[in-house]
Design a protein. Structure first.
Length: 499
């Protein structure tokens, strides 16, 4: 390809991935508005997020099989067009059930966009330049979940929630048309494989039940809920049978044999746990800022968006030089920087200002930009071209699984630690505590009655408790990143990198 056509193809494929990942987080800040507008509770409104996550998680591992059956270029174009159509249906949904069905459709048809954009991009570049291409592509996985809350808050406040979905129409259409025009002559070989219906059914049941457990667990008190216990058991049984079936099936719908490769197995686990730490804080920080620091959705999104500034600048630089340095060393640096910033952030005080939080997210972007791309490079190292699509689909699935685990675990940990901190502090509020009594007297001198003063004191303690819980989560995220340094060195150095 000519240099100009190659650059345009890279931009189109990267933007296609960006649009898809954006839809995972753009609706998060708009759920209360959507729920109120369509006449449902906030709890019911969260199905706007859950339905999309479940359907996409089910379909993403099927990318390799679909690419073999329809061709990578044709499949990417079809997925993008159908994703765009489903986005329009979401934006025009007159009722909440229609919106949930449209979100399910959006996740099902768009799931293969991310791994196929990565596979196609890899095929366009010679081995020595793939690092730079993947560096540009990896920016989409970093920026989209950061930009999502910001874009969602702005569109909802400025126009209406409908536009968080309708905005996909011009961009999705442009990506589909441009990718077909640029890449139709580079279609991959198609093979008409038998359909593994049993594997497909087991995958849908197992992953669907697991995703619902992760999305609804905190809300339903985890294993204190019979519904969560039933879904967890169903998921465990279905995925166990799925693994056994796929490893013995002649034409598996998901190639689990990829996990027999050391680099892919360890790299995928590092990607999952790294995503848990990253996405857990991406979700938690704006939630804390809006709930206890008085930020609007838009301003909370602005704080989180700082995390993408240095990541966007460093991504191409890391990619262009990754063949000169051992990817394991770059990943180690990324893990270390992320951990250091997380430990610093774990010392926030109640009077922490906007710029302090924003700078912490800005510096964390350095760590983020230095661990996603090296892990992807390690994952795909040594794979033949025919397995790239399957490997990309499984890697993307592991990243999504990590984001789901991270969101569920970090929010649950946040709630439980806040309750524990609240209980510890309340123990000291007695008739003999001078500080508490002085504070209550001060509140009553400004016009509050005794009951109002106690309520104000409890609110102050609650705010402190959730700040301490936020700091605890930051510490856990940092420790998780440090724990990944040893496993990443158990992988083999990719050929031609850092020789």
């Amino acid at each position: 390809m000519s240099r100009g056509k190659l650059a345009l193809s890279t931009a189109v494929l990267g933007f296609g991935s960006f649009v898809n990942i954006l839809d995972m987080s753009i609706a998060n800040v708009s759920v209360p508005t959507i729920a109120g507008d369509l006449g449902v509770s906030y709890t019911q409104g969260t199905w706007v997020i859950t339905s999309y996550a479940v359907s996409e998680a089910i379909m993403m591992p099927l990318t390799g099989w679909l690419a073999l059956r329809f061709g990578q270029v044709r499949m990417f174009v079809m997925a993008t067009l159908l994703f765009t159509l489903a986005s329009v249906l979401c934006g025009m949904a007159p009722t909440f059930p229609v919106l949930v069905v449209a979100r399910v459709l959006q996740g099902l048809v768009g799931a293969s966009m991310i791994p196929l954009s990565q596979a196609l991009l890899t095929s366009l570049y010679p081995p020595q330049k793939r690092g730079m291409a993947l560096g540009l592509w990896s920016m989409t996985t970093i920026l989209a979940p950061i930009v999502g809350p910001l874009a969602g808050g702005w569109l909802t406040e400025t126009f209406s929630w409908h536009w968080i979905f309708l905005i996909n129409l011009p961009f999705g259409s442009a990506v589909a048309l441009a990718s077909w025009h640029l890449l139709k002559d580079r279609e991959t070989t198609r093979r008409r494989l038998p359909v593994d219906y049993i594997g497909l059914l087991l995958l849908a049941i197992g992953v669907g039940a697991l995703q619902i457990v992760l999305d609804k667990g905190n809300e339903l008190d985890w294993f204190g809920s019979g519904e969560i216990i039933s879904l967890a058991c169903l998921s465990f049984v279905a995925l166990s049978f799925f693994a056994a079936w796929e490893l013995t099936e002649a034409h598996p719908v998901v190639d689990l044999r990829l996990f027999a490769r050391r680099n892919f197995a360890i790299g995928s686990l590092c990607l999952m746990f790294g995503s848990m730490a990253f996405f857990g804080t991406v979700v938690l920080i704006p939630l804390w800022l809006q709930s206890f620091q008085g930020y609007t959705p838009l301003w909370a999104g602005k704080v989180v968006a700082f995390g993408g500034v240095l990541a966007m600048m460093l991504g191409p630089v890391v990619g262009a030089n990754i063949h000169r340095i051992d990817p394991r060393a770059i990943a180690t640096f990324g893990f270390s920087v992320f951990a250091c910033v997380a430990f610093w952030s774990s010392n926030f005080t109640p009077d922490v200002d906007y710029w302090t939080v924003a700078i912490s997210r800005l510096l964390m972007g350095v760590g983020i930009s230095c661990f996603f791309l090296p892990i992807i490079t390690i994952n795909l190292s040594g794979l033949p071209p025919g397995q790239i699509a399957s490997a990309s689909g499984l890697s993307s699935f592991m990243r999504n699984l990590g984001s789901s685990f991270g969101t569920a675990i970090m929010v649950s940990l946040w709630d439980h630690k806040a309750i524990a901190h609240h209980a510890d502090m309340v123990e000291h509020v007695t008739a003999f505590d001078r500080t508490a009594n002085a504070y209550l007297d001060l509140l009553q001198t400004v016009g509050l009655n005794a009951e109002q003063a106690l309520a104000t004191l409890d609110n102050t303690i609650n705010t402190q408790a959730y700040l301490m819980a936020t700091n605890d989560v930051q510490t856990v995220s940092g420790l998780m990143m440090l724990a990944l340094i040893l496993p990443i060195w158990l992988t083999r150095r990719p050929a031609g990198h850092g020789d």
